[in-house]
Ligand binder design. Structure first.
Ligand SMILES: NC(=O)c1ccc[n+]([C@@H]2O[C@H](COP(=O)([O-])OP(=O)(O)OC[C@H]3O[C@@H](n4cnc5c(N)ncnc54)[C@H](O)[C@@H]3O)[C@@H](O)[C@H]2O)c1
Length: 252
C-alpha cells in the first residue's frame, strides 16, 4: 500500500459517525488527510474523531442534518475556514428502510429522499466550487440498490438510482474541468444500517434472494479501501464511473 497518499489533502466526509463513513475517515486520516467529518449523530461523530486522533490522525467535526441546504453550505464553510481547502468529498450519509411500497408513509418517503438525495445534492452544490479550485474529487456512495430493481425497498432504490444519475450527469457537466466525480455501489456491508434493517414479517422472502447474494456481507473497510484508491492519484483515469463492490450481487 502506498503510504501517505493524502498528505496535504483535506477530506470532507458525511456520515462519518458510523459504518462506511467512519471507516473512510479513519482510512484517509491514516494516510495523511486532514478530515472534516459530518453526521447527524453528534456522540458517534465525536467517537470517530477520538478514534482518528488516537491513531495520530487529524480530524474536526460538525453535527447537523444534510437534508437541509443551509447546513450543507455552513458545513462546507466551516471546513474551508478550518483547513483552507477541500480536495476530497465523500457523500456517505444515508438511511434505508424495507416496506411494502403501498404502505410507505409520506413522511418516511420525504425523509428518505431528503437524506439520500437532497443531502448529496446540497453537499455537491456547496463543495464543487472548492473541489474545482483544488483539482479535487467527489465520491458518492450509491448502492447495488441503485443498479437493480429490488422488492420492498422501492424508495431506497429510487434514491440510490438518483445518486447514480447525479454522478454520471455531474461527470458530464464538469468533464472539461479539473475535477473527478465517481460513485461506489456497495451491496450488504456490516454496519449499523444493515444490522438495524427491519424487514416486514409478511413479505415474500423469495423476492429478496437476488439482492442478498451468495457470499455474505462485506466490511466497511472494504469500501474504505476502494474509496481511498478512488480518491488517490492512482485513480486519475476514473471519471463518471459507478464502481460496484458487492461480492457479485449485481453480476448476474
Ligand atoms: N451497509 C450497507 O449494506 C450498504 C450497502 C449499500 C450502500 N450503503 C450506503 O452506504 C452509506 C453509509 O451507510 P452505512 O452502512 O455506513 O450506514 P450507517 O448507518 O452505519 O452510517 C450512516 C451514517 O449517516 C448518518 N446520517 C443519517 N442521516 C443523516 C442526516 N440527515 N444528516 C447527516 N448524517 C446522517 C447516520 O447518523 C450514520 O452515522 C449510505 O449512503 C448507505 O445507503 C450501505
Amino acid at each position: 500500500m502506498a503510504a501517505n497518499r493524502f498528505d496535504g489533502k483535506v477530506a470532507l466526509i458525511t456520515g462519518a459517525g458510523s459504518g462506511i463513513g467512519r471507516a473512510v475517515a479513519q482510512r484517509l486520516a491514516s494516510e495523511g488527510a486532514r478530515v472534516f467529518g459530518h453526521d447527524i449523530a453528534a456522540e458517534a461523530l465525536t467517537e470517530t474523531e477520538q478514534l482518528v486522533r488516537d491513531a495520530g490522525g487529524e480530524m474536526l467535526v460538525r453535527d447537523g442534518d444534510i437534508s437541509k441546504r443551509d447546513e450543507c453550505v455552513e458545513m462546507t464553510a466551516d471546513c474551508v475556514a478550518a483547513y483552507g481547502r477541500i480536495d476530497i468529498v465523500g457523500n456517505v450519509a444515508g438511511i434505508a428502510r424495507a416496506e411494502h411500497f403501498v404502505d410507505v408513509a409520506e413522511a418516511d418517503y420525504r425523509r428518505m429522499m431528503g437524506v439520500n438525495v437532497d443531502g448529496p445534492v446540497f453537499v455537491a452544490q456547496a463543495t464543487i466550487p472548492h473541489l474545482l479550485e483544488a483539482g479535487g474529487t467527489l465520491i458518492n456512495i450509491a448502492s447495488n440498490a441503485g443498479l437493480m430493481g429490488q422488492a420492498f425497498t422501492v424508495v431506497y432504490c429510487m434514491s440510490k438510482g438518483a445518486i447514480v444519475q447525479m454522478t454520471r450527469s455531474l461527470a458530464m457537466e464538469f468533464v472539461k474541468q479539473d475535477i473527478r466525480i465517481n460513485a461506489i455501489a456497495p451491496a450488504g456491508i456490516n454496519t449499523a444500517l444493515s444490522t438495524g434493517f427491519r424487514i416486514p414479517d409478511d413479505i415474500d422472502f423469495e423476492l429478496m434472494i437476488p439482492y442478498s447474494g451468495y457470499r455474505g456481507m462485506g466490511e466497511a473497510s472494504d469500501i474504505a479501501n476502494l474509496f481511498a484508491w478512488m480518491a488517490s492519484d492512482e485513480a486519475s483515469n476514473m471519471h463518471g464511473s459507478i464502481v460496484s463492490s458487492d461480492r457479485g450481487v449485481t453480476a448476474g
